[in-house]
Write a protein that binds this ligand. Sequence first.
Ligand code: AHG
Ligand code: MN
Ligand code: MN
Length: 339
Amino acid sequence: MNNHSLITLNEFIIWRQQEFPYAKGELSRLLSHIGLAAKVVNREVNKAGLVDILGAAGETNVQGEEQKKLDVYADNTFIAALKGSSEVCGIATEENHEVVVFDTELANDGKYIVTMDPLDGSSNIDVNVSIGTIFSIYRRISPVGSEPTTEDFLQEGTKQVAAGYIIYGSSTMMVYTTGHGVNGFTLDPSIGEFCLSHRNITTPEDGAIYSVNEGYYTHFPTGVKKYIKYCQETDDKSSRPYTSRYIGSLVADFHRNLLKGGIYIYPETEQHTEGKLRLLYECNPIAFIAEQAGGQATDGHQRILDLKPQSLHQRVTFYTGSRLMVDKAMEFLEFFNRQ
Ligand code: AHG
Ligand code: MN
Ligand code: MN
């Protein structure tokens, strides 16, 4: 493939399938289904500002259809898309208390399970700020032909077969990895296709952006407070002070830092003593992408991908981004933990 031809997501997925010698195309089809559902969700996201005309969530619109909250809509759309495929036997999402088991003969033969945050950054929907979708794909442990079990969903992040996110931003992008680097696709609305726009993304090993909700500053552990002060100090090489950027949608904050170099931090706070972000739906997929792009992700003590999940909706503290920035933040944490 040359550098100038238009490569769609589906073409790229099929092309890369050759990297998996025994692949039968199931994972490729699964990724394509996610791409398709993302386009449907994107269409609704783009209409979010029309709620006064089309009816707000919970109301009935002029066509007599009940309007759903966008996160519920996204959840339903991705679940329906994956249920209709024959690759996935079940899915766990932030919106559902329990695992959604696709109990059909076709689905029970599916090799994969999916975990997902269908709509990330939902507080930003009403104000026209970037939001996203985050997903992970794992090979099931339970035997093919049966219903999936909880153990299928509580696998370490190292077991991910693929992970990605969709960012509904100034343009819509899908970024994913299958463990062979990270690639990004921008939706061309005129043809309705995701096109390869960011080939083999690598994140700068150092950066100058820190992203943390400083409103909770007084509740942060000392190491985080001291690291934030370090980010704000002037140094002799004029690399600091760093700039502070925080959107409040993990996908958008991570995506910017991935491309420009930076660190994203969500530590424990008074309200969220274990951290706020969810291991299965947010941290594991983002950590896989971060590492594949040359960055790092940790909970402040150990690598995110090595954590053994204890429950579906488990929350963890999260530090991710450029390798040297995460190293520096860890130096502060370790030093002040020892005090
Ligand atoms: P979600 O909308 O899926 O619940 O996720 C929101 C998350 C994440 O996207 C974001 O980084 C974080 O919550 C923001 O939290 P604060 O408002 O506490 O900073
Ligand atoms: Mn989220
Ligand atoms: Mn969400």
